[in-house]
Design a protein around this ligand. Sequence first.
Ligand SMILES: *[C@@H]1O[C@H](CO)[C@@H](O)[C@H](O)[C@H]1NC(C)=O
Ligand SMILES: *[C@@H]1O[C@H](CO)[C@@H](O)[C@H](O)[C@H]1NC(C)=O
Ligand SMILES: *[C@@H]1O[C@H](CO)[C@@H](O)[C@H](O)[C@H]1NC(C)=O
Ligand SMILES: *[C@@H]1O[C@H](CO)[C@@H](O)[C@H](O)[C@H]1NC(C)=O
Ligand SMILES: *[C@@H]1O[C@H](CO)[C@@H](O)[C@H](O)[C@H]1NC(C)=O
Ligand SMILES: CC(=O)N[C@H]1CO[C@H](CO)[C@@H](O)[C@@H]1O
Ligand SMILES: [Ca+2]
Ligand SMILES: [Ca+2]
Length: 566
Amino acid sequence: MRAVIAFCVAILPLVIGITWNPPEKATDFSLYQIYPRSYKDSDGDGVGDLRGIIQRLDHLTESNVNALWLSPIYRSPMADFGYDISNFTDIDPTFGTLKDFEDLVKAAHDRNLSLILDFVPNHTSDKHEWFQKSLQGIPPYDNYYVWHPGRVENGTRKPPNNWVSALSGPAWEWRDERQAYYLHQFIKEEPDLNYYNPDVRREMEDVLRFWLDRGIDGIRIDSMKYIYEDERFLDEPLSGLTDDPNNIDYTLRIYTTDQQQTYDILPTWRKILDEYEQPQYIFIEVYANTSSTMKYYHYGADFPFNFDLITNLTRTSTAADIQHIVDSWYENMPEDSTPNWVAGNHDQPRLVARLGDPRARAATMFALLLPGVGVTFNGEEIGMTEQYISWEDTVDPLGCTASKATYQSISRDPARTPFQWDDSVSAGFSTNSHTWLPINKNYKTYNLATEKKDKNSYYTFYEKLSNLKKSPYLKEANLVTKVLDKYVFAFARETEDHGSVYAVTNFGDKASIVDLSVFDNIPRILNVHYASADSKVLPWNKIIQIRRVILPARSVVILTTLDAKF
Ligand SMILES: *[C@@H]1O[C@H](CO)[C@@H](O)[C@H](O)[C@H]1NC(C)=O
Ligand SMILES: *[C@@H]1O[C@H](CO)[C@@H](O)[C@H](O)[C@H]1NC(C)=O
Ligand SMILES: *[C@@H]1O[C@H](CO)[C@@H](O)[C@H](O)[C@H]1NC(C)=O
Ligand SMILES: *[C@@H]1O[C@H](CO)[C@@H](O)[C@H](O)[C@H]1NC(C)=O
Ligand SMILES: *[C@@H]1O[C@H](CO)[C@@H](O)[C@H](O)[C@H]1NC(C)=O
Ligand SMILES: CC(=O)N[C@H]1CO[C@H](CO)[C@@H](O)[C@@H]1O
Ligand SMILES: [Ca+2]
Ligand SMILES: [Ca+2]
């Protein structure tokens, strides 16, 4: 009987990956987001503060961070934990004083760390003096916000149109004092400023100068796409996704987001920043489609944040999906500009909760080894997971406006729990055993001090990546991306004279054997710089043949050429 020979041929989509060369003056550094309430509490009240940040700047230096971005520290009633600002030129007492801030700027600069502030131009707190005066119709504040008398239908007064807040519910709130509605694109305690009013634009320019005079190195602009609204106040077309007029997805936001005036205001801010000697960065927070996002590069931003690792990378992503995520940014970005990769932030579930470990490590590897600025949200360098927060302990306004049955899928609290420094009281975050959000119960295992001693820990991995990232040779290295198997994606960073690094990840649930010789210029053998999986298969600091590399299920591997200078 003749033997039947079965051929098993893996058919891969024929996708040619990109080769990208960093521009001459490429900006390539590591940016770290601090959520001040949760980084370090210096005075034992259970909430993080500026002195706490100063005490723990060494962690940033050790982690090769170049710039820190602080979520809002301004005076605020904390209805939205600082994004509701009642005084743009003062520090909230929770966080400290202006003197503490000045000390922080100095301490950061002493360590060559740039300090970026969150600039929140779209709205103020309803407790802001401007809004209180606007409410009473006192000039010139009467026109600082977006007021509208609404429309009367069959004798009943109704909001001017069908606009929905970006956090759900109507975007309009009635005030008897003014006999009018005001617009709030976020919570009702956050009335939108009226940017058609030149007085408002001037006030916000003064706010920028106030902080620039105190030595900051740039701004991260919050909720940029919401700044201007169409002045005709027309109904937005319905999306058809839901019949609920209070649902976030009820309308297509063509009159409340991405207005041309929103782009046009950016160069006016750029001009102010450029009046200062030290280089000033502008980063933009925007979740929008590719063309609307990329457009910010042309209006004076260093970059709009790239959230594709958050919005598009999932546990089931294929290698082709991942290659698309990576290639798209470089392909769509204007020439000679700065790419960037954001792995997480305070509005998203924790990276490890989203992807599981070790797929999360792949995302961290992308953020730090792909060319450009890599952004880390505090806690993600130690792989912090999400803590269950009871309904009673929930404080996020988004969670609180939901019901006991639904809050868990909406609340951002689980991703905001205090940083886990060590295994002492409150994970070394505070001397107080009661903290503003509960400490994650797993802190005895997952904390910076313990992880530093464990070669397989998340932090050890992060440290290795950050050491590679800081190398001047890697900053000049090109980028080549490849799909090696259905779930195996790899990219190379190649230099001419200083060696190369190959980053490989298997997102699949099965082991895969791949041939790395699809990379041109690759030598026959490479050093295993790091492997997340079984050390018997890929022992660290051992040499392997590139033609048959075994990648266990869900694994991350970093390989370097023997001549690598990083
Ligand atoms: C903001 O705070 C500063 C410093 O406390 C104060 O001088 C200023 O008047 C305040 N501005 C407003 C609008 O409340
Ligand atoms: C300070 O950091 C910048 C990049 O953030 C780097 O270019 C410069 O060499 C650093 N200076 C020192 C003294 O480390
Ligand atoms: C207003 O009244 C008219 C006539 O009674 C009716 O046809 C219409 O549906 C009403 N509109 C609303 C919005 O209730
Ligand atoms: C992206 O969004 C803008 C503004 O909302 C819209 O004008 C444009 O058509 C969209 N582009 C694509 C490709 O969907
Ligand atoms: C992200 O996913 C959306 C929806 O599937 C898709 O249209 C888009 O091309 C993806 N973007 C990237 C950069 O992968
Ligand atoms: C990522 C981010 O900063 N999101 C903020 C956007 O703005 C709203 C309102 O200011 C905040 O609630 C979000 O936290
Ligand atoms: Ca404190
Ligand atoms: Ca607005």
